[in-house]
Design a protein around this ligand. Structure first.
Ligand code: 3AT
Ligand code: MG
Length: 360
């Protein structure tokens, strides 16, 4: 009868979800960095720190981005930030120029200083060699404290529910790279942008939520303004994850596969790209309320407007993380969300489905 058909349907779906979840774990695990790769990167960081200290003895070189937040894949690049603890320090662009010269002289890296970029950095790379078959790519910036904090925020979210959050994020990173929609220079979205989309979805779209909103939880004790602000931006969030785990449990029991299917459905069908702003701090906001309507500005022609796709940075709330996404880029990204939804709706065998999703 009709109930039997419904039950068969539900049990078929469960079978697909179990199989797909397992395939997702396997897929991601195969692409994690090896112990050896992580050790090499740490050695590189130490070497660079020693060299920088010959210019600025009071400096520290810290890792941020994927090498520090738990969302790193094999051969991902390394993001490093130099903090200088003395009061009289050179400007970031002078540091970039000096460090560029020093590294050029003292190391085998290919060195490219970008002292005049919005965020001045030195780009470094090592070509592949037998010991390092994929080479290494690394960016060094200065005093980028907000990036260190947003790295820590993402790491905390990863720690709350490591299995589901990391599996989703890592899969989407591989998928977006293979489908060529992970390139801000070509009008699509950075990895950081995709991570924010996942976290936004897990906090604000899923009901019950998979993650709590760490930026809106009450602090344990009163905190002073200066402890919570960097350059005028409120960077406070609840970061005692051990305590959080004792006090907060998600009642959402969806499998990773269920979440992935819903993620693709939400961003292909439901997210309001024309008017909405995805904010992990504040939920779904309106472009209008942030002054982010996408009028073509005088400097950019139609295909290069700024606010086609809006993702609010967790701390720098005036900053649209997706501002590089062009009209074509957004069309491509949404097309990929739809394609992924379509593939998963056909419930093919899981391993084949992942291969097809990530087809280059
Ligand atoms: P990959 O493994 O390199 O693909 P990732 O997690 O390292 O991914 P990105 O390289 O995109 O991510 O970014 C590295 C860090 O730089 C993440 C964040 O702390 C900072 N960052 C990147 N893009 C932005 C942005 N648009 N606004 C603010 N911070 C950003
Ligand atoms: Mg990176």
């Amino acid at each position: 009868g009709p109930y039997g058909a419904q039950r068969r349907h539900a049990s078929k779906h469960r079978f697909f979800a179990v199989e797909l979840s397992q395939a997702l774990f396997d897929f991601v695990i195969q692409r994690l960095p090896t112990q050896e790769e992580m050790a090499v990167k740490e050695d590189v960081r130490k070497l660079l720190e020693r060299l920088i200290r010959t210019i600025e003895p009071d400096s520290r070189l810290l890792s941020f981005g994927s090498t520090a937040n738990g969302f790193s894949l094999r051969n991902s690049d390394m993001d490093l930030c130099c903090l200088i603890d003395s009061d009289e320090r050179l400007s970031a662009s002078d540091m970039v120029t000096m460090l560029g010269d020093l590294l050029e002289r003292e190391t085998k890296f290919n060195v490219k200083p970008l002292p005049h970029a919005r965020i001045p950095i030195v780009k470094l790379s090592l070509d592949p060699s037998p010991g390092l078959p994929l080479g290494i790519a690394c960016d060094i910036g200065f005093e980028n404290r907000l990036a260190l904090e947003n790295t820590r925020l993402l790491m905390c979210y990863a720690m709350i529910d490591p299995t589901r959050v990391r599996t989703l994020v890592l899969f989407l990173k591989v998928w977006s790279k293979r489908r060529s929609i992970n390139s801000p220079y070509q009008g699509t979205l950075s990895s950081y942008g995709y991570v924010l989309l996942v976290i936004y979805f897990l906090i604000h779209v899923k009901n019950p939520p998979v993650l709590p909103n760490l930026q809106q939880m009450p602090p344990l004790r009163p905190i002073s303004q200066e402890d919570t602000h960097i350059g005028g931006h409120n960077t406070w969030f609840f970061d005692d994850i051990e305590l959080l785990r004792q006090r907060w449990q998600s009642s959402n029991t969806d499998s990773v596969a269920d979440l992935l299917i819903d993620f693709f459905r939400y961003y292909s069908r439901d997210f309001t790209y024309n008017t909405g702003v995805a904010s992990i701090r504040g939920g779904l906001l309106k472009k209008e309320s942030k002054g982010w309507q996408n009028e073509a500005s005088s400097r950019y022609n139609d295909s290069r407007e700024r606010n086609r796709f809006c993702i609010e940075d967790p701390f720098e709330i005036d900053f649209n993380v997706a501002r590089c996404v062009t009209k074509e880029g957004l069309y491509q990204i949404r097309g990929e969300f739809m394609r992924a939804s379509r593939i998963l709706a056909m419930r093919p065998r899981a391993v084949a489905a992942l291969a097809q999703l990530c087809e280059e």
